[in-house]
Ligand binder design. Structure first.
Ligand code: AMP
Length: 497
């Protein structure tokens, strides 16, 4: 099948040709005809499959007729991160270059003024992160009653980042008569339930089984003591033919530390995480895309879905806390049929995470040793679990998964380190963490939402999440001023004369 057979008009076809695409990818082939027919679509596809064009191309076609009114966008695309939102906006510019559609990108970290001006002029396509979208709605700068097409992209990531209550709020503001396109890389039951609520009689399209791994990526891991991780990485960077690479850390502070260390050792590296000002994030990403920086040390939130043409390597400086993230991280390379290489530098305490990854991707990650660095072995974790006292907060399941994972982390200071064995040993498969299953169902979550703290606290928390804040230390009341402190004191009665 080629593009002209799936119902796109001549201008869009011309833009697609200009982009150098000769054939639609499987997700485009499946989704575009349904979107053009006005049907709701539930798409299970990971980034790198051509998913963005599968909704942007037909949207341009549909929106080509008609005009937007001031503050009343005609379509809305929600993305979990600023980088992804910016990337979708770039796609719109590429594919919509022969149309006169107005687009606005509403993301945090950039001035409200420019975004409001654009909204005032009327936009056909609004691309936003949920937090900024709600902020502008609450300020009265957007009316959502004219939305004809609504897209939720990377729904599973939205869930991880705790955005689902915001999205439910946004959906409640949209007209009932609309077309909804819902995409997720994975389709766990809670995402499916959400989709059932948002979509009407959708066509389901899926291009690969959930969390599958691209066949074009060769991957391997090594196990070393934490102190050896940086030298292991440096060794890999020197011995592998690295053209450009993403290096993932689990925490922002480690992104900064590793970035400094690589620079000190003479590597051409940049850093990307949620604490950086947006202008710096954009600048760094641009420099990386242009090849001015060859190594980008990053956190998951900042790098999710980033499309770098021909990325040669991905390094997991830390083993991802969630098995799905492994697939997303290494999926940055080996895109569009190109070959890629991915290396994970695990430490002895991460056997449980590696076992969950192996189970998810249904294969072992080949173990390699690094010259001059002792190969360690995974510690036995089952005893640790048994010994760990029950936590008071074990029943609280409404928090973002990231939070939960942090509580699940091994408590290093309490655990004596097991003897380090030299010989590589096959990874023993253990059951994955039961987080998803253990979460409350939708009804329970609605109750949790009803009993949530006041709006202002919620917003603060939301913004912190959006900024991928994992090291936040709140002092005293933090930003929150308790209501009793704001109450006016009654004047004392004047003493009787
Ligand atoms: P996405 O999954 O949307 O992030 O797209 C991944 C990459 O595939 C992007 O660099 C797109 O430019 C590219 N792409 C999208 N559609 C096609 C196509 N039909 N042929 C070749 N490349 C494509």
């Amino acid at each position: 099948m080629n593009f002209s057979e799936i119902g796109l008009g001549p201008e869009v076809l011309r833009a697609v040709e200009d982009a150098g695409y000769t054939q639609p990818t499987p997700i485009q082939e499946q989704a575009i005809p349904w979107v053009l027919q006005g049907r709701d679509v539930l798409g299970c596809a990971q980034t790198g499959t051509g998913k963005t064009a599968s909704f942007t191309l037909p949207m341009i076609e549909i929106l080509a007729n008609g005009r937007a009114r001031a503050r009343m966008p005609r379509s809305l695309i929600l993305e979990p991160t600023r980088e992804l939102a910016a990337q979708v906006a770039e796609n719109f510019e590429t594919y919509g270059k022969h149309h006169k559609l107005n687009m606005a990108l509403l993301i945090g970290g950039e001035s409200f003024g420019d975004q409001i001006k654009k909204l005032d002029r009327g936009v056909d396509v609004l691309i936003a992160t949920p937090g900024r979208m709600i902020d502008l709605f609450e300020r009265g700068n957007i009316l959502l009653s004219d939305i004809k097409i609504f897209v939720i992209d990377e729904a599973d990531r939205m869930l991880d980042m705790g955005f689902i209550p915001d999205i439910e709020r946004i959906v409640a503001l949209l007209p009932k008569m609309r077309q909804t396109l819902f995409f997720s890389a994975t389709m766990p039951p809670e995402i499916k339930r959400l989709a059932d609520n948002f979509l009407m009689n959708p066509r389901e399209v899926s291009v690969s089984p959930p969390a599958s791994m691209a066949e074009t990526v060769t991957h391997a891991m090594t196990i070393v003591q934490p102190d050896d991780k940086r030298s292991a990485l440096r060794h890999l960077l020197k011995t592998e033919d690295v053209k450009n690479a993403l290096i993932f850390c689990n925490r922002k502070r480690d992104v900064a530390i590793l970035h400094k260390s690589l620079e000190k050792h003479g590597f051409n590296a940049g850093a990307l995480h949620g604490d950086m000002p947006q202008s710096k994030r954009t600048e760094t990403l641009e420099a990386f895309k242009k090849g001015e920086i060859t190594l980008l040390v990053c956190s998951d939130v900042a790098a999710r879905g980033i499309d770098i043409a021909g990325l040669s390597h991905v390094f997991n400086f830390d083993t991802p806390l969630h098995a799905e993230d492994y697939v997303h991280r290494i999926g940055r390379t080996g895109r569009a049929g190109k070959l890629g290489r991915a290396f994970t530098i695990a430490n002895p305490e991460e056997g449980k995470q590696i076992a969950a990854i192996s189970k998810l991707i249904k294969r072992e990650i080949p173990l390699i040793s690094i010259d001059g660095i002792d190969l360690a072995e995974f510690e036995e974790l089952s005893d640790r679990r048994r010994r760990r006292p029950a936590r008071k907060d074990e029943a609280r399941r409404d928090e973002p998964r990231k939070e939960e994972a942090r509580r699940e982390e091994p408590r290093r200071e309490e655990e004596p380190r097991a003897a380090v064995a030299r010989a590589p040993k096959p990874v023993e498969a253990r059951p994955p963490r039961p987080e998803r299953e253990a979460r409350p169902d939708r009804e329970q979550r609605v109750d949790v939402m009803r009993s949530e703290p006041p709006r202002r606290d919620r917003d603060d928390r939301r913004r912190r999440r959006e900024e991928d804040d994992d090291d936040e230390v709140v002092i005293g009341f933090g930003d929150h001023v308790p209501a009793f402190l704001l109450r006016r004191a009654r004047p004392l009665a004047a003493p009787e004369a």
